[in-house]
Design a protein around this ligand. Sequence first.
Ligand code: SF4
Length: 220
Amino acid sequence: MNLIEIYQRLVEHFGRQGWWPAETEFEVIVGAILTQASSWKNVEVAIKNLKAENLLSPEALLKANEEKLQRVIRSVGYYNAKARKLKTFIEFLYENYDGDLEKLFDQNIEKLRSELLSIWGIGQETADSIILYAANKPSFVIDAYTARIMSRLGLAREDTSYYDLKKLFELQLPEDLELYKEFHALLVELGKNYCKTKPLCDKCPIRDTCEEWKDSLKKK
Ligand code: SF4
């Protein structure tokens, strides 16, 4: 089964996910930073609090007191560091692009990715999430679920790098924004529901193509 067939199987099983759950591009960026090592449930609480305090805009975040920001996003782990990361991003945006996201996004993917990666607190997964879901440009996102699934399927090694996994998807898939958005969301859904630390393979919609599942049958 190739990646497109796996994608189709996942869509049939889980339905379309419609990611990213946010009202604005800026909210996507804030969510992508806050969700680092935190559950989405806790991020939702922080986003709700930011909205209630009218802090979910570039201008408001630039002016916000950092200690107040820490209190407002307290529901996510590492909230001191994450408040600093939000501030660092917003300072970068004002220093280089007059606080205008459209100006930041108005460059090709490689340049945008390398600029985002130069900002303290933004790693590859966060950068690609911002490019894909906020800038609306096709840059495939890899997360821990995707790495685990690909290794169990036998399509990558456990130690395959983030960048190599990303290129594996991008070279095999058509360069299609909506496909990239949906596929990443569906892999997260598969990881959360079935391909957990202890996998629930009997319910998995792609088990017939999975090396881990085939190996487990041989051991029975
Ligand atoms: S069959 Fe099991 S190990 Fe393979 S992808 Fe599905 S849940 Fe993961």
